[in-house]
Ligand binder design. Structure first.
Ligand SMILES: [Zn+2]
Length: 363
């Protein structure tokens, strides 16, 4: 079920009173007129909030018909939310700082906290989390406080494309405080589209009372022309990461070619695994005769089979790993790792020379 409040009888009841029971208009003591009961999920278990709703008793007072909720209610959960702030922050942090998927979040909430939320509901809350985070990030009051002692800023702009053919997210960052200032999805990198971002960044810097000391980017045509026009005289430097990546392009191409060749040499992992698994499944059948001896050989054979499977898993991990940047190309890492596997296999073969004829992988 998508959005059902916590069910069951084990619910902690929390009674909430107003901190300030006096009417803000006439100063009279307000009276409890009604109760609102709502259930929410929290990380410490389901809560039943019993909120006392108050009204001013004086008929002529403007507050007479208004209802006042306990202030504390909002510190536990937003109106109409099913989850408390603690669950909300838990979700946002796991999703955006640790990159958990929504099904993973859902399963963990259920397993560890017995919180039943649908994927739709979780996605809704995550969207609200993003909105709040973006609003906080762009809150000018907070920004002003952070840049109170700063006199100059270093700005950078870069386009991130999560998927080919989709919008590109242009992100403007300030490198001195390592802070994302703002981001905007754009369909093209045309000068007209880029210009408002550069203007906004310059405007923010001026409002913060800071001088733009430097711009950094990958020096796309649109960035170069727009920055030169909007911020004349401000130096525009190549982003060192992009610079290095461009410089390393020919090396990375060769590296990628080498990776393909290495992968094409290592074939048949699946066949080896299948053979081992079949042999293992068939093994207990031959244990009738000479029990003690066969048990001993079965143990060593089983161990040997596990070792073969472990080698296969390790090699698969190596050939599927594409991590590494220009300074540590993935092909080079792959070659080193495969070299280690080869050495390890040789060591084993030397030790068991003559004892085994099973070779899971030849050089
Ligand atoms: Zn009143």
């Amino acid at each position: 079920m998508a959005r059902r409040s916590p069910q069951g009888s084990v619910v902690e009841e929390v009674v909430l009173d107003r901190d300030d029971p006096f009417c803000s208009e006439c100063g009279r003591r307000m009276q409890v007129r009604n109760h609102r009961r709502r259930r929410i999920y929290s990380l410490r278990g389901p809560l039943l909030l019993e909120c006392k709703l108050m009204q001013c008793p004086h008929a002529a007072c403007p507050n007479h018909r208004r209802t006042f909720s306990p202030e504390q209610e909002l510190t536990l959960a937003m109106p109409r939310w099913l989850i408390g702030w603690d669950v909300f922050c838990w979700l946002g942090h796991r999703r955006f700082a640790r990159h958990w998927s929504v099904p993973q979040l859902r399963a963990e909430l259920l397993d560890s906290y017995a919180i039943v939320l649908s994927e739709d509901a979780i996605e809704d809350y995550l969207q609200r989390y993003q909105c709040m985070l973006a609003a906080r990030q762009q809150d000018f009051g907070l920004l002003k406080k952070e840049y109170a002692t700063t006199r100059q800023v270093v700005l950078s702009i870069d386009g991130l494309q999560p998927e080919k053919g989709h919008e590109t997210l242009y992100v403007v960052r300030e490198l001195g405080r390592e802070r994302v200032w703002f981001a905007k999805p754009l369909l093209s990198s045309a000068t007209d589209e880029i210009r408002p971002l550069i203007v906004q960044a310059k405007d923010w810097a001026e409002r913060l009372g800071c001088r733009v000391r430097l711009w950094m980017s990958d020096k796309q045509e649109a960035f170069v022309t727009t920055i030169a026009r909007v911020c004349p005289g401000v130096p525009h430097r190549y982003c060192s990461n992009h610079f290095l990546r461009d410089l390393a392009k020919p090396v990375l191409e060769l590296d990628s070619h080498a990776k393909v060749q290495m992968r094409s040499k290592i074939r048949g992992l699946r066949a080896i695994e299948r053979e081992v698994l079949q042999a293992r499944a068939a093994a207990p059948a031959g244990q009738d005769k000479d029990q003690e001896r066969s048990a001993r050989t079965a143990v060593t054979a089983a161990n040997g089979m596990d070792v073969v499977l472990d080698y296969c898993a390790a090699v698969r991990g190596i050939i599927n790993d594409s991590q590494g940047g220009p300074l540590r190309p993935p092909g080079l890492r792959m070659s080193e790792a495969l070299g280690e596997v080869r050495k390890s296999l040789r060591r084993n073969l030397r030790l068991k020379k003559g004892a085994t004829r099973k070779r899971c992988w030849t050089d």
